[in-house]
Design a protein. Structure first.
Ligand code: HEC
Ligand code: HEC
Ligand code: HEC
Ligand code: HEC
Ligand code: HEC
Ligand code: HEC
Length: 371
């Protein structure tokens, strides 16, 4: 019965729509103008409108405690305070991830990179659709859908889905780089006078490590497990924006993770009922240090180019050239080992992003370099 009724109402609706369309398209010529109305005929005074400023005060006043807390937290985040923006401002090719308006333009175009904008810092407007409706719907996220990574390496498909965290992964992913097919990688100098190259995944490698797309299987050794954190309810946001009940300067809009904070998150307790383990992190830290030293010993890694400010050291490590300004050819497996290190070191989660995988890939690289 219900089905028939539904069908019927759909039919009626279809007819009504067709009919109104018919009326519109069959409008005849305009008739003669009517007589002029009586002069001085004013309507009744309308009701007073809502005071414009009340709308604004929902977010701009001392009473907007939640917004103010989030702003205070955001003021601690490197998104706003980091020094990279100062260098990359205005550079379109970098604006998709280093500037707020560039990110939004790229999203609107359905592209990775913007075409004209790269002039504002990463701010609230980067991630939220601020000043559209002037109400709480403006907190809608600017980007949240699954997307294709810029660089997927050996993976057969580039699509990733970190749920709410898609917003994060869109920027925290490897940039593309080329490898010469065959046995050798050709590493080019950053400039004719520089002693380092920019060969590799750039600095934000988290999305690739999380999704296991981009890294190399050194001498064919492949990880067979999956990421136990792949199905967290909000992806990256489950951890990085989790609340810390006693410390407003951790989690939330600081995006900062801490061990204390991980222990508080209820979502984690379904699997980690007795607290967050640390065994793998300890092994991972030791292996990373060993891996780094092995690369330095083999003259594959340049550790001298990092930005001066604290926190940037690991990010500023690059493939080393055999001579200043020159192209260098290196063995494929050496290239694989070097690239994997750049991914894993710049990930900087000590395994939290993908514990078993990070451990396996580090062991794989260290075993190869020690042969
Ligand atoms: C839903 C919350 C919300 C409402 C409502 C709102 N704003 Fe804002 N407004 C913001 C946020 C968040 C920022 C900070 C933008 C940033 O830094 O990215 C902002 C920034 C501003 C700025 C600084 C310049 C800019 O655009 O960044 C002005 C001026 C401003 N708002 C005026 C207003 C006025 C006037 C109203 C009322 C008509 C209003 N806002 C209503 C959230 C809101
Ligand atoms: C528009 C691109 C963009 C988006 C979106 C973005 N980030 Fe970032 N993020 C960056 C950049 C660029 C930096 C480094 C800024 C600097 O150092 O100057 C950064 C820095 C960080 C840092 C600090 C790293 C450090 O060295 O201390 C964390 C943590 C972080 N982001 C997590 C997140 C999370 C979680 C999300 C999603 C909620 C996110 N980011 C969304 C671009 C982005
Ligand atoms: C796919 C997004 C993306 C693009 C495109 C991008 N970056 Fe980045 N970049 C990042 C992220 C994310 C970080 C911060 C990583 C972190 O803190 O974990 C970063 C960090 C950096 C750093 C700090 C690393 C250091 O040396 O200590 C520099 C410098 C930098 N980017 C330069 C550039 C330049 C120059 C361009 C354009 C040619 C560019 N980036 C394009 C995402 C991007
Ligand atoms: C790097 C991206 C990013 C930036 C920048 C950012 N936010 Fe957010 N914001 C998020 C995400 C992601 C969520 C959703 C968190 C969740 O689902 O737990 C959120 C949630 C919120 C909410 C709660 C919305 C709701 O529906 O209840 C408010 C309010 C908010 N942000 C305010 C701000 C303000 C104010 C700023 C600037 C000072 C800001 N955000 C900057 C990513 C961002
Ligand atoms: C299971 C929890 C968890 C998830 C999920 C997670 N992270 Fe992390 N992340 C961490 C921990 C823990 C660290 C290390 C923090 C530290 O040592 O200061 C970290 C470090 C980082 C850093 C470097 C920050 C720094 O201060 O060195 C960035 C950037 C980052 N994560 C981005 C992301 C992005 C993007 C995603 C989603 C693709 C993500 N994270 C998902 C736990 C998580
Ligand atoms: C679906 C189950 C599951 C959930 C939910 C989960 N984890 Fe895990 N987590 C694991 C597994 C499995 C491991 C690997 C344990 C092992 O083999 O040592 C792990 C390992 C870790 C590690 C590395 C431990 C080490 O030995 O160094 C950290 C950190 C971690 N989880 C943090 C979190 C946080 C924070 C959350 C909540 C946001 C979370 N996990 C939620 C299953 C889960």
């Amino acid at each position: 019965m219900i089905k028939t009724a539904n069908k019927f109402s759909t039919m009626l609706l279809g007819l009504a729509m067709a009919f109104s369309g018919f009326l519109m398209s069959c409008e005849g010529p305009e008739g003669p103008a009517g007589p002029a109305g009586t002069k001085g005929d004013t309507g009744a005074t309308g009701k007073d409108g809502k005071d414009g400023i009340t709308k604004c005060q929902a977010c701009h006043s001392d009473a907007a405690a939640d917004v103010n807390l989030k702003t205070a937290q955001y003021n601690l985040s490197k998104h706003g305070t980091g020094e990279v923006y100062l260098e990359e401002a205005g550079r379109i090719g970098c604006g998709g991830c280093h500037s707020g308006d560039g990110f939004r333009e790229a999203i609107a175009l359905g592209k990775d990179d913007p075409t004209s904008l790269a002039t504002s810092k990463i701010n609230c407007k980067t991630c939220h659709t601020i000043h559209k409706a002037y109400d709480s719907t403006d907190w809608k996220l600017s980007f949240s859908s699954a997307f294709n990574l810029r660089f997927k390496g050996l993976a057969t498909d580039a699509n990733v889905d970190f749920k709410t965290g898609n917003l994060c992964g869109k920027c925290h992913q490897a940039r593309t780089y080329t490898r010469t097919p065959g046995d050798f990688d050709t590493i080019s100098a950053a400039s004719s006078t520089s002693s380092y190259s920019r060969f590799g995944p750039h600095y934000g490698t988290v999305a690739n490590v999380f999704a296991m797309k981009g890294l190399n299987n050194i001498e064919g050794k492949e990880y067979s497990g999956s990421n136990p954190h792949a199905n967290l309810a909000k992806g990256c946001v489950s951890c990085h924006m989790g609340k810390n009940s006693t410390n407003p300067a951790a989690g939330g809009h600081t995006f900062q993770m801490s061990v204390a904070q991980m222990g508080e998150l209820t979502e984690c307790k379904t699997c980690h009922s007795t607290g967050i383990p640390t065994a793998k992190a300890t092994q991972i830290k030791a292996l990373l240090a060993e891996y780094r030293q092995l690369l330095i010993n083999k003259s594959l890694l340049d550790t001298t180019q990092a930005l001066g400010e604290e926190g940037y050291n690991v990010l500023g490590e690059y493939a080393k050239l055999s001579a200043v300004g020159k192209k260098t050819a290196i063995k494929k497996a050496d290239g694989d080992a070097l690239l994997n290190y750049l991914y894993l070191a710049k990930d900087r989660s000590n395994g939290a992003h993908n514990p078993g995988y990070v451990l396996f890939m580090l062991q794989n690289g260290v075993d190869y370099l020690k042969k």
